[in-house]
Structures are given as C-alpha cells and as structure tokens.
Design a protein around this ligand. Structure first.
Ligand SMILES: Nc1ncnc2c1ncn2[C@@H]1O[C@H](COP(=O)(O)OP(=O)(O)OP(=O)(O)O)[C@@H](O)[C@H]1O
Length: 227
C-alpha cells in the first residue's frame, strides 16, 4: 500500500518529561489505524506531530513525501486545512454557530459560496444521521449528536486524513458505536485515512490495523502477532 503519512524517529519532551522517544509509524492511503496504549504513553503527542500541530524535537514526518517538519508554519496550516480533518473528544464545535453552519465552516474558509457550502454540509449531516439538528446550536444537542456533527465537519472538505483523538471518549457505549460506525463508513466511502487514538479495544476494532504506544515508542500489533 502506498504510504501517505510516514513518521520516523520522533522525539518530543515537555521539560523533563519525555512524551515521544523514537516513535515511528506509517499510514497508507485510506487506511484506518488505531493508536492504543496506556495513559500518558504519548498517543496524543504522536497524533499532534503527525498532524503538524506539534513540532517534534527530532525525527521527521512526511505527507506524500513532503516533509512537514521542514515546512513553514504557514505551509503546515495550509496542508492541515486542505488535507486533514480533526475530531476530538469534545466536538469543539463553534458554540455561536448552528450545526449546519459548523459543518459548512471549513468550506466557507476555503471561499466556497454560502449556498453551495450549506448544500454540501446538509448532505454530510444526512450521512451522519443528524439532519434534525441542522438549525440547532451545539449547546442544544446531545453528546452523540454533537460528535456526529463534528465528524461531518471533519469530512466535508474531502480530507485525505482524519485525525481522531478519543472521539467517543465522552459518549456512552451505544452512542460511541454509532459514531465509530458512521466515522469509519464515511472515511471509507471518501477514501480518507484515519488515525484514531483510543484506549478502548472496542473502538479500535473498527480499524484495519492497531499499533500500541508504550514509553513514547510505537509497536505494530499486526507485526508482533506474526512473530
Ligand atoms: N503540553 C504538554 N505540556 C507538558 N507535558 C505534556 C504536554 N502534553 C503531553 N505531556 C506529557 O507527555 C506525556 C505523553 O502525553 P500524551 O498526552 O501524548 O499521552 P497519551 O497517551 O495521549 O495519554 P492519555 O491516554 O492519558 O490521553 C505525558 O507524560 C504528559 O503528561
């Protein structure tokens, strides 16, 4: 499989605390990878480095062969806006905007006209089974609905990689399953890769491949099980 995103030998410390200690991982186009591991092992830091949000102290991240770690901040933000989508534990929707406007926002930032942006946002609300909340503000919807809106927003601009950090962490198991089913189904239909940080085996089971981060390093479970 062609490798879309490759990180090699990432190191990152916060003061005296090492978060990553030589972490390497690669993600193929359209591949869904679950990143598991104990609390504090470096999962979120790894995700932030892969997404170009955090600069590692050492090591390289390449997206389609281009080194994120050597881009200017401006180039990195352009790449994030154009190619990446994000879903966090708490939807992080803009509270003043309706759910429809939240989903349309990435398109509006790309200068898509309002009517077209809202038409495409409406399609995504339909796919995520949340058309009924289109006119509501995030404060007026349930946790599960809010996460489905956040997934719609992450996918609306046709990203190549979705970064999801504990996307079901604040949901009960039924809503968590629904979010995971819709997230992975939509990503597969869009041929988007997913980097999914989770500590729940049930959530990780939606992925194609599981890796474990321990003490700032990555172990590929698939490779380990082969011997
Ligand atoms: N911004 C920061 N400032 C200081 N220390 C940090 C920061 N971010 C992470 N760390 C530290 O780096 C280490 C790895 O943190 P990280 O959040 O990547 O782990 P995690 O595996 O995602 O944990 P969890 O499952 O609890 O979210 C931890 O010791 C953490 O306390």
């Amino acid at each position: 499989m062609a490798k879309l995103l490759v990180a090699d030998g990432l190191r990152k410390a916060f003061g005296q605390t090492p978060a990553l200690d030589g972490a390497s991982i690669s993600v193929g186009a359209g591949e869904i990878v679950a990143v598991m591991g104990p609390s504090g092992s470096g999962k979120s830091t790894l995700l932030h480095c892969l997404a170009g949000i955090t600069q590692p102290d050492a090591g390289k991240v390449r997206y389609e062969g281009r080194k994120l770690t050597e881009m200017t901040d401006r180039e990195r933000s352009a790449l994030r806006r154009g190619k990446f989508g994000f879903v966090f534990q708490f939807g992080q929707l803009v509270p003043e905007l309706t759910c429809l406007e939240n989903v349309a926002l990435p398109l509006r930032m790309d200068r898509v006209r309002r009517r077209e942006a809202e038409r495409r946002a409406t399609e995504w609300l339909e796919r995520l089974e949340v058309t009924d909340v289109a006119g509501k503000r995030p404060g007026e919807v349930s946790g599960g609905q809010g996460q489905r809106v956040a997934v719609a927003r992450a996918l609306v601009a046709n990203p190549r990689v979705i970064f999801a950090d504990e996307p079901t962490g604040a949901l009960d198991s039924l809503n968590g399953e629904r979010v995971m089913r819709l997230l992975t189904q939509s990503a597969r239909e869009s041929h988007a890769a997913v980097v999914l940080v989770t500590h729940e085996a049930r959530v990780a089971s939606y992925s194609d491949r599981e890796v474990v981060v321990r003490d700032g390093r990555v172990r590929d479970l698939t490779g380990a099980s082969r011997g």
